[in-house]
Design a protein around this ligand. Structure first.
Ligand code: SF4
Ligand code: SF4
Length: 339
């Protein structure tokens, strides 16, 4: 059954990049050390910052990210601290290498989900994007997590490089015992922005027609196989209202250099709405991303228009053929067995 996941108004979603360091060098990595810093946050600082963003009056969801967060020696301690502070859910996003025996240091009562990034249903495609050997390690990591009773999800970032293999993910996830599937659209950020600028004729993003032909049917098939599947709306339908999560939801994307964004599309620019300074959250001066959220344009999302204009088509009169949804608006296919 399909439903739209509207922005959660009574929740705080904390996307915490505790380092930018990584053992891989994926072709489409959105991490941008020039903008996000290169230092690992020390564990005491992570815990102090976790306290800033937790709101006891709301559901508080925490996602640990990197770089590769399992490279951080203090990850297990930070997860346990987050639970003590009162976070309602804790997710660890990982490339699957699971450093520091993290699945042995933590239990399913500490971590709601280990979320694995895989960008191909085959070794050949995944490793072309994410690096040699990464497919085997990720599959082994998923098997390890599932065998220890953790819930495992997989994130697949769809681009023109791996769209063909998306349907083949469904049987693979079933076989691995993965219960959640996140289909992500490639953003023109970080390293993929470099790639696109170096060769503008090579488009990584799918056309609207290709996206709609491919992604919703695969999501339906995954749900039929018992896998809860979430994917971004990307294109609004005729007459559907546009809403910017920056105006109505509480999402914080935190980086080790103290920058805190409300919108992930802004992360390549010093447009962050807040910064953490001396363990306090401080609003930044004008102009920042918040000044842009309320701008109404016929194309929909204003930041998309500014940073990845190439995904909008116009008619001969110069009117956009469709509007781009907020990148945080998602559709969800729920298995009937879980209703
Ligand atoms: S695993 Fe993640 S952080 Fe590391 S290079 Fe790949 S995309 Fe970037
Ligand atoms: S993606 Fe666009 S609509 Fe969504 S929060 Fe960012 S600026 Fe707002």
């Amino acid at each position: 059954m399909k439903q739209t996941v509207s922005f959660t108004r009574n929740a705080v979603n904390v996307f915490f990049h505790i380092l930018t360091r990584c053992n891989l060098r994926c072709r489409h990595c959105y991490i941008n050390p020039a903008q996000h810093g290169t230092a690992d946050l020390d564990t005491e600082t992570i815990i102090a910052w976790l306290k800033i963003f937790h709101d006891p009056a709301k559901r508080s969801n925490l996602i640990f990210l990197g770089g590769e967060p399992t490279l951080h020696e203090g990850l297990a301690r930070s997860v346990k601290a987050a639970r003590e502070i009162g976070y309602d859910s804790v997710t660890i996003d990982t490339n699957g290498y699971l450093f520091h025996d993290i699945t042995k240091q933590l239990s399913p009562s500490d971590v709601d989900v280990f979320s694995f990034s895989l960008d191909g249903a085959t070794r050949q495609t995944n490793d072309r994007i994410r690096g040699k050997g990464s497919y085997e390690r990720c599959i082994a990591g998923i098997r390890d997590a599932v065998s220890r009773g953790f819930e495992a999800s997989v994130i697949y970032t769809v681009s023109s490089e791996n769209a063909e293999e998306l349907p083949r993910m469904v049987p693979l996830l079933e076989e691995l015992g993965v219960t959640r599937f996140f289909i992500q659209v490639i953003g023109i950020r970080g390293r993929s922005a470099e790639e696109v600028h170096a060769s503008p004729e090579h488009s990584l993003q799918l056309t609207r027609e290709r996206w709609l032909d491919l992604v919703p049917p695969v999501a339906r098939r995954a749900a039929e196989a018992g896998i809860r599947t979430i994917y971004p709306r990307v294109f609004l339908e005729e007459g559907e209202p546009f809403e910017c999560a920056g105006n109505v939801a509480e999402n914080y994307f935190i980086f080790p250099n103290g920058r805190v964004y409300r919108c992930p599309l802004c992360e390549d620019y010093p447009l962050h709405a807040f910064a953490v300074s001396e363990n306090r959250l401080v609003p930044t001066g004008k102009i920042n991303e918040s000044d842009l959220f309320s701008l109404a344009i016929p194309e929909g999302c204003v930041i998309n228009k500014l940073v990845q204009d190439g995904n909008i088509e116009y008619d001969p009169a110069g009117r956009p053929r469709y509007r781009i949804a907020c990148c945080l608006l998602k559709d969800e296919e729920i298995p009937l067995t879980t209703l």
